[in-house]
Design a protein around this ligand. Structure first.
Ligand code: SF4
Length: 335
């Protein structure tokens, strides 16, 4: 039997204490970098984890060292049983957070407050209403902005995730940073990443260096403060002097941060992925439903984790679409 304190430790000594659970594959937006143009084939409802199964599988991870759970999707707040899922998970010794597009926040804010889910990552790629429609194919910009303010007025900690794409929103980097002058939010600029069906190519990506060049051209050097990065960081953090909020750069392509990776993902149909870019998955739900132990399967998946980006070490490998074809689209991973 594997000692429980090593089940979530990989061959590179990385301890995986952070579980990201996708609650469903559906979304109420159609962001082009996330959802393939033809949609995706949804898993049959019977193969999605129920609230009880989510709780029990999460409990196994918590017993083995997970102390942080993030709920993702698709859009997690679309799950009709979201309050039940949160109430069950809140009985575990974990901090719980969610990543959401923000549209349904007002409907769920009471339950989020009730169960102390006060860290929210909100996806918002533009500050221009017409561009919001272009990227999401839906007219929900005002709703998202209203809900961002609702969260701040209720003392939630909000990180705003911005996927940067050339020709779309790279000219809004400074506008986003200026938002942090008066709002206590963290803006996180994310390099556009390749997933099945999102037509990634390197020329569409805005790199960490390009983001920093814009920042350096707009603010004086002494006003750009490098903050200490969080443990197991994904975003390299900065702040403009005297601004209330801060900003960070998630440079998965040009400057990966896999050395400190503590993340493992559970898909809505109960499979674990040991890396965002991994093509291989381990089914936990079927053995769980058969009454079998899943700890050995979890351990095996963690042991198979590669040092960097599922084995794609160079940017040339990231450029190769054949290496991403078998991965899920982002909507089915949960970011
Ligand atoms: S690319 Fe994979 S290994 Fe690297 S930080 Fe992301 S999930 Fe972790």
């Amino acid at each position: 039997m594997i000692p429980s304190n090593t089940i979530l430790t990989d061959d590179f000594g990385r301890k995986h204490n952070y579980l990201r659970i996708s609650l469903l594959e559906k979304c109420n937006l159609r962001c082009t970098y996330c959802m393939p143009a033809d949609g995706i084939e949804l898993s049959p409802k019977a193969s999605l984890m129920t609230a009880e199964e989510i709780f029990s599988i999460a409990q196994t991870f918590v017993e083995n060292g997970v102390d942080k759970i993030r709920l993702t999707g698709g859009e997690p707040l679309l799950r009709k049983d979201f309050p039940e899922i949160i109430s069950k998970l809140a009985s575990l010794e974990v901090s719980i957070s969610i990543t959401t597009n923000g549209i349904l926040i007002d409907r769920h804010i009471d339950v989020l407050k009730q169960f102390n889910v006060n860290k929210i990552n909100l996806s918002l790629d533009t500050l221009v209403a017409s561009k919001f429609h272009t990227i999401t194919l839906r007219n929900q910009f005002d709703k998202v902005i209203d809900n961002l303010h609702l969260l701040l007025n209720n003392d939630f900690q909000v990180k705003v995730n911005v996927v940067l794409m050339k020709g779309f929103n790279e000219n809004e980097i400074i506008d986003f940073i200026k938002l942090t002058q008066f709002l206590p939010i963290s803006i996180r600029f994310i390099e556009f990443m390749p997933f099945a069906g999102n037509e990634w190519d390197r020329s569409k990506m805005v790199s960490q260096n390009e983001i920093l060049s814009q920042v350096e051209a707009s603010f004086s050097a002494e006003d750009i403060l490098k903050l200490e990065d969080e443990k197991n960081f994904t975003a390299r953090a900065y702040k403009i002097k005297d601004f209330q909020g801060d900003f960070g750069i998630i440079s998965s392509i040009t400057n990966p941060f896999c050395d400190g990776c503590n993340r493992i993902r559970l898909t809505a149909n109960g499979k674990i992925k040991n890396c965002l870019f991994s093509n291989s998955e381990t089914d936990l739900l079927t053995p769980f439903r058969n009454g079998e132990s899943i700890t050995n399967l979890i351990s095996e998946s963690i042991k198979n984790k590669k040092k960097v980006r599922a084995g794609m070490v160079t940017i040339e490998e990231m450029d190769d679409p054949n290496l991403h074809f078998d991965n899920r689209s982002m909507i089915a991973i949960g970011g």
